[in-house]
Design a protein around this ligand. Structure first.
Ligand code: NAP
Length: 251
């Protein structure tokens, strides 16, 4: 029987590529999204994964910055696929890109609630469905999307960097707490990847950004999906942060 994987923010961008990777690896995939405009995207993605990889899918609209929405997401998963959740990919994220004088409390709270609190909520709610089933031979996995912004500072991204560094702390602590119970917890810290998050930037700025990357180009979502595939199939990896970033940040 196929195992179950949940991905938050799975409708587009990096999340879409990771949802496809989960299907390719044979998981039943629960795709979460938040915006009404992403419903069709998510439904089409679910259909594509089911058809291509012969697994089952479930699409759940939920604002993961809210605990009660996370509860509903987990409950719907358990109702459809049973009480073993093998993989949780925490990926939903937003950014403000605003200086620390003009930014409002509402704006930075939204970033922290979406990027960090959602990861706390989801791990808190999903881990009970992992630890009762996992073992050394049949590990469960949590993979958290951080960012190079969590490894280094970025101007006008104080709230974003705080959230992404927080994710790394959460990853390391949970990895230690659950290592002996068959749950591995790792993070991926992408560098600059071409998604809607970067599509608002004009071509000149993109060229300038690319010039700051030692490899000289902006990454693709497949670079991050590949890292996910590796982490899910690497039994000796836990508490680690891997950062596909073209040499932009060296750890
Ligand atoms: P994106 O294309 O803007 O996609 C963001 C995803 O997050 C969408 O699926 C969106 O759902 C979802 N989301 C946002 N707020 C949510 C909420 N409250 N509840 C549920 N879902 C929510 O961004 P991306 O570039 O793929 O980013 C994905 C992750 O990678 C983020 O955590 C981001 O910080 C991280 N990252 C990205 C880059 C980059 O260069 N692109 C670099 C480093 C890290 P809707 O479609 O419903 O809005």
């Amino acid at each position: 029987m196929a195992k179950t994987a949940i991905i938050t923010g799975g409708s587009r961008g990096i999340g879409e590529a990771m949802a496809l990777k989960l299907g390719e690896l044979g998981y039943n995939v629960v795709i979460n999204y938040r915006s009404e405009s992403s419903k069709v995207l998510s439904d089409n993605l679910a259909e594509k994964i089911a058809k291509e990889y012969k697994v089952e899918t479930l699409v759940v609209k939920a604002d993961v910055s809210k605990y009660e929405d996370c509860e509903a997401l987990v409950n719907k998963t358990v109702e459809k696929f049973g009480d073993k959740i093998s993989v949780l990919v925490n990926n939903a994220g937003i950014t403000n890109n605003c200086n620390w004088i003009d930014i409002t409390k509402e704006q930075y709270e939204n970033v922290i609630n979406t990027n960090l609190m959602s990861f706390l909520h989801m791990t808190h709610l999903v881990l009970p469905y992992m630890i009762n089933h996992s073992s050394k031979e049949d590990q469960c996995n949590i993979v958290n999307t951080s960012s190079v912004g969590g490894l280094t500072g970025v101007i006008n991204q104080a709230d974003y960097c705080a959230s992404k560094s927080g994710i790394i702390g959460l990853t390391r602590a949970l990895a230690l707490e659950f290592a002996s119970r068959g749950v591995r917890v790792n993070a991926i810290a992408p560098g600059m990847i071409m998604t809607d998050m970067l599509r608002g930037v004009n071509q000149d700025e993109l060229n300038a950004l690319a010039a700051t990357i030692p490899e000289g180009f902006i990454g693709d979502v497949s670079d991050i999906a590949g890292a996910l595939g590796y982490l899910l199939t690497a039994p000796y990896m836990t508490g680690q942060v891997i950062s596909p970033n073209g040499g932009f940040v060296l750890q």
